[in-house]
Structure formats: structure tokens, C-alpha cells
Design a protein around this ligand. Structure first.
Ligand code: GDP
Length: 547
């Protein structure tokens, strides 16, 4: 079926592709479920929690996942809200936090940062935020669990601003919190949405009142007959809460902070929503606001896209390789983010790195463990293709005119181990397997620069080590012995002056990465600070471009 340029542009403008970044327990799963409910995917919402809990029920699941009860594969959840097609990229968290969590962000046009109102910014959120900031991915903030007691909303905003050096612009404002939580005020419309403690877990049907009216009467419920069940707190206390919220809102308005698209897209501003995913409160306001603010899919290099049959040509890049999704076939799936044009089944594309022309015959939409064949896809969509060795992490594919997307960098590893094959007779298979796993991005590999050239495996999460050991044994029949090393941080470094030598902290190790770039491994945060302070002539990167 042919489509027009206008239809293609329409498909792009009605798409949003984003990822959620958060610390475990902040409410990512609950928020995802509620968003899917808005899209009418009720069964799907159940599947989200199913994925989180133990998943030993299905026998075809990868052995390692069964053993650990965790999810190794991240997927894309799609749903439609009104006329918008939304792709939610699943960022693995908890024990399965790995480089894939970071890589998934490379395919997103925007990230939603979920913060637990009571706990504020936590470590995993911070790491993910820093990757977004480094890669220019704009961030929308959702402060969750406002039905729980916690610090004041002003404190939360100032924490975001301080930690991330970013302007935090609230879109709505909570009135009270914890047991005294009365609702939220939509700052743009000056409407108060009343929190009904008893109507949780349904679609957002919150009642609204004019904020000015509420303040005047000092009681949201006295305005008309209402079936809303506000918390039963004394009239006096309620008046205090309303007054306090009014003062805060005035303060916020006075600060003159307003949403500015260019600032937001540059990453100088984050837009903040308050809500409660569990009770579904504030979710509709959030979803509508999100659709307005999240940019539609863009291509990293729009000026070079070329045309095909008068339409922008199809192009995209591989942001993730997933092996052994289905142990029956032992295949590898490359996940491609569509950047421009329309993908059609059985399409021939060129791989920019090798120049090889390949057919994408079985494009898959992978949902959890299920796979569906896709006939077409548009900018912002994610397709999975089975690619025995043809595609590598970061590869650009295009239909006709050459384009080259920036690729996928190496992210800062946090765990390190030495690795060796105890069986001499399996060394060849071991070396081949390790090379392939590193190329695929399952793990990073560094080589010592001393005489021994010892190998150091490096990963973002421990799980990556388990995956490597498991795959070396199951796919290459090569046993591997890993021993944890005391390093905690890696930095790639550069210096233009050959006469300056690097002042290394005690216990640091100089290495080269798999692609030959020099790096240094240090043993603590303190050592890292020393390294950066004592070497002003050097530049250090936590995130490294591989080409
Ligand atoms: P994840 O680890 O980030 O995916 O977090 P979950 O969505 O699994 O939530 C962690 C816990 O917080 C669960 O017990 C949820 O029921 C609870 N939770 C999530 N959202 C809210 C909320 O808005 N209010 C309250 N009170 N609890 C919540």
C-alpha cells in the first residue's frame, strides 16, 4: 500500500516515543500500568506486573531468567490515547539494571523521570538522568505518591534544581499531602482536581472546582453537592492546608518560571507533574500534558535523510541486540529505532558500516516474550529483526541514500571482573565467544596495558556477568571463571600534549578498551575525584563514543 507524504508526516506527528527513568520502587510499573489502562490495554496492564513478578510459569523462557526470576529482555509497550500512538520503551531496572537500560534511552525522544515524593531523587534515577542530560534527551518529571506524607513540594523542586542544575517548572500543584491530601491545582487553568480517597484504581474521574472559589469558601465540598470523599479533617486544618497551598502557588507563579519549549528541548528545563499512580490521581492531567510536551519523533540528522519515491526514505539505527530470546532458535534480534520514512516488511536496506544490502524479512514487534510480525512502522517505532551476524550495535540502516546516525556509545561500567577459560582445549571457542559478546554489547572488555595484557570485563550491572558466563557456556561450550576486581569507576581519557603523563591514584589500572581507546580504572569515588583534580591537562569521559 502506498502512502502520501502528508500521511507519513501525520503518522510522525501523532507518535510519542519515551522511556521511564526511576529508582526501584518509585512506581514505574504502576505508572506504566495506569498509562496502558488509558490506552484501553487492560490485559496488557496485567502483563506488566506479571513481567515484574517471578516468571517461571512459561517453560520457553531463557534458562537464566528462570533461575533468577528476572527480566533480561527489555521491550516496547505501545498504546493509543485518543489519536496519539505512544511507544513506551521499557528500561530494565532493579537487579537487571545493565547497559541495555542506558541504551534504551538512545531510542527515546523524551524521558519521564518518576520520583517518589517521600524519597526524592535516588541513585539510579540520578545515573539515568545524567545519561539523558549528556545525550540531549529532554526530561519530564512525575513526582509520584503524593498521597503519602513527604517533604514539601517546594523542597522537591529545589532538590531537582540543585542536583541537576536545571529549571523545574511545575504544571500542577498538590494541596496537602499524606492523610491530608486534598487534590491538585492545575496551574494553567486554576482548576482544583479533588482527590477522592475512595475512588482509586479507576479511570481519572476527579471532580474539579475553580481554585479561587475553593479558596474563598475555604471548603472545596461546600461549593456544590458532591459525592467526592475528601479526607475527613477538621475545617480549621483544611483552611490551613488550602491557604498554605495558595501561598506556595503564588510563590511559584511569582518566580516567573514558565514552560519554554526551547529550554525544555535543550535540557535546561524539566516540567514537573505531581500525582499518585496507585490511586490513578492526576494521571489524565499528566498524560495530556505529556502528549503536549513530549516532542514527536525526530531524526538525529534530518538534513541528510534523502528521499525514496518522493517520500523521506526509511532509515534507522540499531540501539540494542538481544540474544536468545527464544532458546529454540538461538537467534539474535536487533532492535531498530525507525528515524525516517516508512518501514515495510521485506524491505531491502543497506548497512552503513559494511555497505551490505540486507533484507529485513521478519520484522518483529516484541512484547514481553511474545513476537508479532510487523507490516509497517513509522518514525519513533521500534522494530526487531532477526539478524544472524549482519547487524551490530549502533549500526545505521537506510533504504537508498547514505546516512549515518551517531550510534550507541559505551556507558560508564560500575562492576569489574577478571575472566579466564580454565580449559585450554576450549580457549579458541572462549576467545571467539567473548569477542562476539563484546561486539554485541553484552559486556565491555578492557585490556591491561602492562606486559601481561590481562582481560578485564566491565559492566553496568552484575547481571551482565551472569549473562556472559551463561552464554559462553551454552552457546560456545566454553567454561569461564570470573573473579571480581575492586574497581568502581572507569574513565576514558585524552590529552593533546604527549609530554604530560597521567597522575594515577593508588591502585588504579591503565587499560585500553576493546576498540583501542585508553581508559583508567579506579577503586573509589574519592580516587576518581583525585584523578580529575590532579590531571587538569587531560579530558575524561564517563560516556564514550565508539566511533
Ligand atoms: P517500580 O519498582 O518503580 O516499578 O515500583 P512499583 O510500581 O512496583 O511500585 C512500588 C510500590 O509503591 C508498590 O507497592 C506500589 O503499590 C506502590 N506505589 C506506586 N505508586 C504509588 C502511589 O502513587 N501511592 C502509593 N501510596 N503507593 C504507590
Amino acid at each position: 500500500m502506498t502512502i502520501t507524504k502528508k500521511q507519513l508526516e501525520n503518522a510522525r506527528l501523532h507518535r510519542r516515543t519515551f522511556a521511564i527513568i526511576s529508582h526501584p520502587d518509585a512506581g514505574k510499573t504502576t505508572l506504566t500500568e495506569k498509562l496502558l489502562l488509558f490506552g484501553g490495554s487492560i490485559e496488557v496492564a496485567g502483563a506488566v506486573r506479571g513481567r515484574k513478578s517471578q516468571r517461571t510459569a512459561r517453560s520457553d523462557w531463557m534458562e537464566l531468567e528462570k533461575q533468577r526470576g528476572i527480566s533480561i529482555s527489555s521491550t516496547v509497550l505501545t498504546f493509543t490515547f485518543e489519536s496519539t500512538h505512544i511507544n513506551l520503551l521499557d528500561t530494565p531496572g532493579h537487579h537487571d539494571f545493565s547497559e541495555d537500560t542506558y541504551r534504551t534511552l538512545m531510542a527515546a525522544d523524551c524521558a519521564v523521570m518518576v520520583i517518589d515524593a517521600a524519597k526524592g531523587i535516588e541513585t539510579q534515577t540520578e545515573k539515568l538522568f545524567r545519561v539523558c542530560a549528556a545525550r540531549g534527551i529532554p526530561v519530564i518529571t512525575f513526582v509520584n505518591k503524593i498521597d503519602r506524607p513527604g517533604p514539601s513540594s517546594l523542597e522537591i523542586l529545589s532538590q531537582i534544581e540543585k542536583e541537576f542544575s536545571i529549571e523545574a517548572v511545575p504544571v500542577n500543584w498538590p494541596v496537602g499531602n499524606g492523610p491530608d491530601f486534598l487534590g491538585i491545582v492545575d496551574i494553567a487553568t486554576d482548576q482544583m482536581h479533588l482527590y477522592d480517597a475512595e475512588s482509586s484504581d479507576s479511570r481519572d474521574t476527579s471532580r474539579q472546582r475553580g481554585w479561587a472559589e475553593v479558596l474563598e469558601s475555604n471548603d472545596p465540598l461546600s461549593i456544590d453537592d458532591s459525592s467526592v470523599n475528601l479526607p475527613s479533617i477538621g475545617q480549621h486544618l483544611q483552611a490551613d492546608i488550602l491557604l498554605h497551598a495558595a501561598e506556595e502557588i503564588e510563590l511559584v507563579k511569582h518566580a516567573g518560571l514558565s514552560y519554554q519549549r526551547d529550554k525544555f528541548l535543550r535540557g535546561d528545563q524539566t516540567v514537573v507533574f505531581f500525582g499518585s499512580a496507585l490511586t490513578n490521581f492526576g494521571m489524565e492531567l499528566f498524560l495530556r500534558g505529556f502528549i503536549d510536551i513530549c516532542p514527536p519523533p525526530t531524526s538525529p540528522q534530518t538534513d541528510e535523510i534523502g528521499t525514496s519515491n518522493d517520500l523521506p526514505q526509511f532509515s534507522g539505527f540499531v540501539f540494542k541486540i538481544q540474544a536468545n530470546l527464544d532458546p529454540m532458535h538461538r537467534d539474535r534480534v536487533a532492535f531498530i529505532r525507525v528515524c525516517t520514512g516508512r518501514f515495510e516488511r521485506d524491505m531491502d536496506v543497506t548497512v552503513a558500516r559494511s555497505g551490505n544490502r540486507i533484507r529485513l524479512p521478519r520484522a518483529l514487534k516484541v512484547f514481553g516474550r511474545e513476537r508479532f510480525t510487523m507490516d509497517e512502522a513509522f518514525p519513533g517505532d521500534i522494530i526487531g529483526v532477526v539478524c544472524p551476524g549482519e547487524l551490530r550495535l549502533g549500526d545505521t540502516v537506510f533504504e537508498r541514500s547514505p546516512v549515518l546516525y551517531p550510534g550507541v556509545p559505551q556507558f560508564p561500567p560500575e562492576v569489574f571482573a577478571s575472566i579466564r577459560c580454565p580449559e585450554t582445549s576450549r580457549r579458541k571457542q572462549f576467545d571467539r565467544g567473548l569477542d562476539q559478546l563484546v561486539e554485541e554489547g553484552a559486556v565491555q572488555l578492557f585490556w591491561g596495558t602492562g606486559r601481561q595484557r590481562d582481560a578485564v570485563l566491565a559492566a553496568v550491572g552484575e547481571l551482565q556477568f551472569d549473562v556472559v558466563r551463561f552464554r559462553l557456556e551454552s552457546e560456545y561450550k566454553a567454561p569461564a571463571e570470573l573473579q571480581k576486581l575492586p574497581y568502581t569507576h572507569a574513565r576514558w581519557y585524552r590529552c593533546n600534549d604527549r609530554n604530560v603523563s597521567l597522575a594515577c591514584p593508588y591502585g588504579a589500572k591503565l587499560v585500553k578498551d576493546f576498540f583501542g581507546s585508553p581508559a583508567i580504572l579506579v577503586q573509589s569515588e574519592w580516587d576518581l575525584k583525585q584523578l580529575l583534580r590532579n590531571n587538569p591537562g587531560f579530558s575524561f569521559d564517563a560516556i564514550h563514543e565508539t566511533r
